[in-house]
Design a protein around this ligand. Structure first.
Ligand code: A3P
Length: 332
């Protein structure tokens, strides 16, 4: 069984429970809790599972965030390729401001999470009102929030939601590695069997994963101009087609000249796992929230789960996937 990466001494900002507000501490007393992936416990807030510090960010974001019609919000299940899609979106949306062939393109010197911030995990984490004055228009933002828990202004405005999900088997393996790499040393690491049990019970970060995916899937069918549903595997398989689809959805399609000049290919190359994971900033840099940038680049492969699951584990997750997605039109 492959081993985990070394654990950091200082947990990232969103795990520091000593900095919780009184309001949040009161909330926690009332919420169902389970064994945690990252911290000691994970709590169920509004029907999804999350860690204590994040609840504070979620409440602040839901109460205060004012969406604009021009906003573009990337929504993902954790470990489904958020970093990759943040890079693709940033390069795509800002290609006039930052031509992709530019020598000092922001993606060469900053991690995509610093260029496309999370709402509840970053901007609202301390309950503060973020300063949006420095943001370009359209604002490019991200969240892991389930559809039903999006701030009301997001649901009501005409902004665009780009949703990304991934085969739950690979998402699980990626989450298992990532969370073990971030657990503080004295908490030890989680075993794959224990975490699969929790995952299949729906107890994963922002889970149950099936509710997360199905709600956005339905949203994309009901409001195709508002929600675009993307899959990691489909982008891997047909990157050019999916990037052009994304550009059309965001109403900034590539021109014939751009295609002929290789802009589409260069965006894909710039945002590829091979390129991003080998940049100095992503090898040695850290996010302001404390994680090492390299934690977001593991293997970037499809079907890595086959290297970890035995038959019993595989059947267990197959069963849940079959049961939860049956009849939805979503297949994994
Ligand atoms: P693995 O752990 O399977 O390697 P997120 O960005 O949502 O945290 O997801 C992380 C997963 O996306 C990791 O998967 C990571 O390696 C992969 N990833 C990161 N950058 C990528 C890229 N540019 N292209 C494809 N996959 C990428």
């Amino acid at each position: 069984m492959p081993t985990c990466q070394t654990s950091p001494q200082i947990p990232p900002q969103y795990l520091r429970e000593d900095e919780l507000s009184e309001e949040c501490k009161q909330w926690l007393l009332t919420l169902p809790k389970e064994r945690g992936w990252l911290a000691s416990h994970i709590y169920n807030y509004q029907g999804f599972w999350t860690s204590p510090r994040l609840i504070q960010g979620v409440i602040a974001c839901q109460q205060q965030f004012q969406a604009q019609d021009s906003d573009i919000i990337l929504v993902t299940t954790p470990k489904s390729g958020t970093t990759w899609l943040k890079a693709l979106l940033f390069a795509l949306i800002n290609r006039l401001l930052h031509p992709i062939f530019e020598q000092n393109h922001p993606l060469l010197v900053k991690n995509p999470h610093d260029l496309v911030p999370f709402l509840e995990l970053k901007l609202y984490i301390d309950g503060q009102v973020p300063n949006f004055l420095s943001f370009n228009t359209p604002r490019l933002l991200s969240t892991h929030l389930p559809f039903a828990s999006l701030p009301k202004s997001v649901q009501d405005s005409r902004n665009k939601l780009v949703y990304l999900c991934r085969n739950p088997r690979d998402t699980f393996i990626s989450l298992f590695h990532f969370t073990n790499s971030l657990r503080i040393e004295n908490m030890g690491t989680n075993s794959i069997e224990e975490m699969l049990d929790l995952f299949c019970k729906g107890v994963s970060i922002y889970g149950p994963f099936w509710n997360h995916m199905l709600d956005y899937w339905k949203g994309s069918i009901e409001k195709p101009k508002k929600v675009l549903f993307l899959m990691y595997e489909e982008i891997k398989e047909q990157p050019k087609f999916q990037l052009k689809r994304l550009a059309e959805f965001l109403e900034c399609p590539f021109s014939i000249e751009e295609e002929n000049c290789g802009v589409v290919d260069e965006i894909l190359r710039m945002c590829s796992f091979e390129n991003l994971s080998h940049l100095e900033v992503n090898i040695n840099g850290k996010l302001s929230s404390g994680e090492e940038n390299k934690a977001f680049f593991h293997k970037g492969a499809v079907e890595d789960w086959k290297n970890y699951f035995n038959i019993e584990m595989s059947e267990k997750l197959d069963h849940i996937i079959e049961q939860k997605f049956q009849g939805s039109g979503l297949r994994f």
